[in-house]
Design a protein around this ligand. Structure first.
Ligand code: SRM
Ligand code: SF4
Length: 564
């Protein structure tokens, strides 16, 4: 590849022999806890990120030691569906190779943190032995496909889950590099004989994310995804999908040509056309996405630059499917549903709140041990939610009481921990592992919620569900721009406050306060809560109230989010 305008990552991909690079040699090198710089880009396609402990970074530097390198590993779990035996394997791996915790992510997957280089291969092998894998969990390819875990309509949910698994399979890279490097698979004679039919040799210009959703719950935040399928159900049957495209959250502080964006609804398609339409969306982005600037390389910019009509026509041409007028649907919320629910075949499902997605044992709240004890019952399955929570699923009537008893014994039942604000909260990982964090998130949000709960209670709003999401930087991993209170890290202890997003994830928030510390954030929110308590319409949500009263500007398109 000779185009000098291409980003460095494009050259690394092109020279990688389908994602092999020098990873095998790097893993053998015991002189450093790191791998070669180009390989840190390629390892992402295998679900692996090199990181270092940022809490001790400067101390290590002072001591002239290399950073405390370790690896984050992310699983690929379409729709977040896990058997109890898979969970027990994940649990054992967390104790043996990672930092004794399992991190549930905002895309229905799991992450391990703190895996050192000498354990990396064994850890990946053990994940695969549990019939899971980490292929394409990261990198410039389609990531974990999401599917709504809510079981209320479980017949439809089972069909949508099956579609999500098919889509995940269809958009998987075909390179055998993963099997060769991590699982000692047979080496292909030459990577030149290998074909990536969908991606080509340089994969996509940037990451790509797809989801299914079943109205009225928008738990997967369909508008934040590159590609979405909104399930249209009539008389209990799936009649088709409205397709969305061009959602994404990431932006950069101070660079107004970067912005979060909500996907556009392209139109309606029949169920049998899902895979060909998805492939057409992916290949259009492959061919037209910007490979010269990674900050402008997501599908959302391709669509804004060329127009949604152009994009729709291109997808129709490539797929041979004509979009019909979008079917009617509506969403009520973008959070999870908690507690016990019975599905259409009489099975029970318990939506369990997991603060910041972190499954570990902390003091009397022993989530890791508690879920292990529940998994050992072997009469249920687990669903990871897109909001970092866990559903204990398919529980028989006869097991319900014993699960309740275990939740209480391990101090992890929802009532023990959660106000409506907390139940509607999400925080990204940020410090100490995320190399891009500018401010705390997972370690800080719980204490801020304590304080905001007290503030809400002083205005009689203690039972009010308000969505609050925090990220340690503007990349938006906890989708803060579609939370009614969005806090986006800018520097140590400082955040940009976004307000006015829709409760169902259907409208972006607007920046309200910049570079604010805790005292400034609380001082800004207090009068707004007071006003909301007094002047709201019945059942009006906080974000809608702020927009209706003109307290914050309505953001109608992502590219206008920075307007003043
Ligand atoms: Fe993310 C990068 C964590 C969901 C947008 N994200 C990262 C990295 C890998 C940092 C890095 O590149 O070095 C973070 C690792 C932190 C750590 O120590 O574990 C990270 N992202 C996460 C997770 C774990 C957050 C969480 O608390 O759950 C989520 C893993 C999801 C998964 O299972 O695949 C996670 N990231 C998201 C989402 C939400 C979503 O997908 O619905 C977004 C916003 C949607 C989007 O993609 O636009 C998101 N992550 C980003 C971005 C910004 C991308 C952009 O277009 O600008 C980055 C940075 C990048 O890609 O350059 C990023
Ligand atoms: Fe890291 Fe930023 Fe993502 Fe948080 S939002 S996990 S700080 S990249």
């Amino acid at each position: 590849m000779t185009d000098t305008n291409l980003t460095e990552v494009e050259h690394i991909k092109a020279d990688s022999r389908h994602l092999r690079g020098t990873l095998v040699d790097g893993l053998r090198d015991t002189l450093t806890g790191a791998i070669a710089a180009p390989d840190t880009q390629l390892s992402k396609f295998h679900g692996i990120y090199q990181q270092d402990d940022r809490d001790i970074r400067s101390e290590r530097k002072r001591q002239k030691l290399e950073p405390a390198y370790s690896f984050m590993i992310r699983g690929r779990i379409p729709g977040g569906l896990l058997t109890t035996s898979q969970w027990l394997s994940l649990d054992r791996i967390a104790l043996q190779h990672a930092n004794r915790s399992i991190r549930l992510t905002t895309r229905q997957a799991v992450q391990y943190h703190g895996v050192v280089k000498r354990d990396l291969k064994q850890t990946i092998a053990e994940i695969n032995q549990s019939t899971l894998d980490t292929i394409a969990a990261c990198g410039d390819v389609n990531r974990n496909v999401m599917s709504p875990p809510l079981p209320a309509l479980s017949g439809v949910h089972r069909q949508v889950q099956a579609q999500a698994e098919k889509l995940s399979e269809r958009l998987m890279p075909r390179s055998r590099a993963y099997h060769e490097i991590w699982l000692d698979g047979k080496k292909v004679e030459s990577s030149q004989n290998e074909v990536e039919p969908i991606y080509g040799d340089t994969y996509l210009p940037r990451k790509f994310k797809a989801t299914f959703v079943i109205p009225p719950q928008n738990d997967v935040d369909v508008y934040s995804q590159d590609l979405g399928f909104i399930t249209i159900v009539k008389d209990g049957e799936i009649v088709g999908y409205n397709v969305t495209a061009g959602g994404g959250m990431g932006m950069t502080h101070g660079e107004t040509d970067t912005y979060p964006r909500l996907g556009d609804v392209l139109g309606f398609i029949l169920p049998e056309h899902v895979l060909q339409v998805a492939e057409a969306v992916v290949t259009t982005q492959r061919d037209y996405g910007d490979r010269t600037n990674r900050k402008h390389a997501r599908l959302k910019y391709t669509i804004d630059d060329r127009g949604v009509d152009w994009f729709r026509a291109e997808v129709e041409k490539r797929s041979g499917v004509a979009f019909e007028t979008a079917a009617k649907f509506s969403f009520v919320a973008n959070g999870d549903v908690y507690g016990w629910q019975k599905d259409d075949v009489g099975a029970w499902h318990y939506g369990l709140f997991v603060q910041g997605g972190r499954i570990s044992d902390v003091d009397e709240r022993r989530l890791l041990s508690g879920i292990r004890a529940i998994a050992r019952l072997h009469s249920c399955e687990f669903r990871l939610t897109p909001n970092q929570n866990l559903i204990i699923s398919k529980v028989a009537d006869s097991d319900k009481a014993s699960i309740d008893a275990l939740l209480a014994e391990y101090g992890i039942e929802n009532s023990a921990q959660a106000s409506p604000l907390r139940l509607n909260s999400m925080a990204c990982v940020a410090f100490p592992t995320c190399g891009l964090a500018m401010a705390e998130s997972e370690r800080y949000l719980p204490s801020l919620v304590d304080k905001l709960d007290a503030q809400l209670a002083s205005h009689g709003l203690q039972n009010e569900p308000i969505t609050i999401r925090m990220t340690g930087c503007p990349n938006g991993c906890a989708r803060p721009y579609i939370a009614e209170i969005g806090l986006v890290g800018k520097g140590p202890g400082r955040y940009t406050l976004f307000l006015g997003a829709g409760f169902a994830g259907e409208r972006l928030g607007a920046p309200y306060l910049d570079n604010a510390n805790e005292a400034e954030i609380m001082a800004a929110l207090d009068p707004l809560f007071a006003d909301f308590g007094k002047r709201r319409d019945p059942s009006e949500h906080f974000g809608d109230f702020l927009v209706r009263t003109g307290t914050v500007r309505e953001v109608t398109a992502g590219r206008n989010i920075h307007d003043s």
